[in-house]
Each structure stands twice: as C-alpha cells, then as structure tokens.
Design a protein around this ligand. Structure first.
Ligand code: SF4
Length: 305
C-alpha cells in the first residue's frame, strides 16, 4: 500500500515543481450560459449568485491584481513561491477567444505563476476555445476543470445542469485528443441519487481514466434554489459518517493514476446552511484517511479489471 492511500494532486505538484505550488482563485468577470438568460434556465440548483465561486476572492480587481493579492497572502502564510492561477467562478471559457487569450496571458505574466487551471462547463467550449486551451496545455502547466457532477442524465436534469452526459463525453474526448489534462468535478449527495448511482459515476471515471477529479460534498448555500428545497424539508444532506464511508467507496473505484484534486468541499462559512460538519475540513480528511487504514485499502482497489 502506498504511503498515502490515494493519489493527491498536491503531492504530484510537489514532485513536478520540486516545491509546494499554491492555487490562487481568480474571478475574471465571466458569466455562465446556464444562468445568463440565453436558455431561460435558473442555473444549477446549488449555484449561488457568485457562480459557486471561491472563498476570499476580492471582487472588482483585475486578474493581475487578484493574483498579486493572493500571492501576498500565500507568501505570508506559507512562504509560497509558485502559484497556479485558477479561473474558478462561473464558466471561464464563456467569451470570445481573443478575450480569453488576453485574460489567460495576463495571469501567466504575473511573476511566480507557473501554470493555469480553467474551470468551465462541457457545453461552453467552442472548437476555437478548445484550440486555445490546447495552446496553453503545450505552452505551460495546464488543467481544464470540467464540471460534470454526475454521469446520470436524470440527476443532471433534476439539478438544472443544462447539459447531458454525452455533452461531457464529447468535450472530454476533444480535450483528450488535443493533449489537454482534464480534472472532472463531481458532487456526492445530489438530490435523488442513491449510493449505487454515485459509485457508478466513480466506475465510469475509472473507465475514462480521467487525469484528475475533484470530489465535492453537496453543500446547501444560502440564496440558492437548493436552499429553498432544504428549508422546505424536501431534501436532506449527508451525515459525516455516511460521507466518509461513501468517499472511500468512491475512491476505491477510481483509477489508481487519477489525481485527486479535492476530497471534500469547504463552502463559505458565512453562506453555508448545511451540512455544518463539513466546515471541519481537516476532521473530514483525517477521517477518510482513518477509514482507508481500517479497511487496509487504497485508491483503485475495487477497480473493475
Ligand atoms: S455551470 Fe457553474 S456557474 Fe453555471 S449555473 Fe452551474 S454552477 Fe453556476
């Protein structure tokens, strides 16, 4: 069994760069086709007015200033010297290619920024945008972060995702073809999904041998359609023990080489309605380690061979 029971992205970064690399989230002012009114959809049920963005982004600053701001904090706190610029909230390919290029270049020009991560939806990457992402994938250290959440179309429709699984497969295939590393975002605990369905998502991610995965726990944030359902008692959130056991079951089914970028979620403290236990992120991560130890298990142990 490896030292860590799973393949952590932060360890991988350390190996590649020889030092710790910190991600800095930036809000480049994009919107999202699922919320912009073009499709007459209210957006994903879990999405808040900030586009399910990061904690601590200072609104209204340029990309450069946000990164300088983040660098200052990271350097003071962790003596960090290397950074990935992470275009996080909303859909960061939802603009003409020239605008995308200018924003990504602005980030890369900041001293200490060693690469980019771009988060978006699978239905929001034009052929030209995909070519542009491929350009960065060959020029610098680069990740495309694709929101999927679930492989089940019934779930995607129930959460107003606005695209189906086939759309994800098409975008994923196009990115693969062009040599772009893809990190897939999934959510555990979506309304109406049972354990077997969530584990089927893990098995499918193993079949695709995705480069990276972010495992989110469903959060109920204030000012979201999900909050209304929660407050009306129409949906529930997971208990901590249930999540720990499910997360380990999930990781046991992933491909051993898939990099795990995130093991749980840490919603903004001032907006999180439930589950409040998730605020103790390190307690959750330690409990996941303990569960692996108890099972004498590791990532990929149950992968279908
Ligand atoms: S794709 Fe992202 S930004 Fe758009 S509605 Fe869904 S969570 Fe919000």
């Amino acid at each position: 069994m490896p030292t860590k029971p799973y393949n952590l992205f932060s360890d991988h970064l350390k190996k590649i760069f020889g030092r710790r690399i910190h991600k800095i989230s930036v809000d480049a002012g994009f919107s999202c086709p699922n919320r912009s009114g073009t499709r007459n959809l209210p957006g994903c049920l879990f999405c808040n007015p900030g586009g399910s963005g990061a904690i601590g982004i200072r609104q209204g600053l340029s990309v450069r200033d946000q990164l300088e701001d983040g660098k200052e904090v990271m350097t003071r706190k962790y003596k960090a010297h290397g950074f990935l610029a992470y275009f996080q909230p909303f859909s960061n390919t939802f603009a003409p290619v020239e605008k995308l290029r200018a924003l990504y270049d602005e980030a890369l020009a900041v001293e200490g920024v060693v690469g980019l991560a771009v988060g978006t939806r699978p239905d929001c990457i034009s052929a030209q945008a995909m070519e542009l992402l491929a350009h960065y994938a060959h020029k610098t250290y680069f990740w495309l972060e694709l929101g999927l959440q679930s492989i089940h179309d019934t779930t995607l429709s129930a959460i107003n995702r606005g695209h189906d699984y086939q759309t994800f497969l098409t975008a994923f295939g196009a990115a693969r073809e062009l040599g772009i590393q893809v990190c897939v975002h999934v959510i555990l605990g979506l309304p109406g999904e049972d354990r077997a369905q969530m584990l089927a998502t893990a098995e499918e991610m193993a079949r695709l041998k995705v480069d990276g995965i972010k495992i989110h726990l469903l959060h109920i944030l204030e000012d979201t359609p999900l909050a209304d359902l929660y407050n009306a008692g129409r949906i529930q959130v997971m208990e901590q023990a249930e999540y720990i056991s499910l997360a380990v079951d999930f990781i046991e089914r992933l491909h051993p080489e898939t990099l795990i970028h995130r093991l749980t979620g840490d919603g903004p403290r001032d907006q999180l309605l439930a589950p409040l236990w998730s605020l103790n992120k390190w307690e959750v991560i330690n409990a996941i380690h303990d569960e692996f130890r108890l099972r004498n298990s590791c990532q990929g142990k149950l992968i279908a061979r």
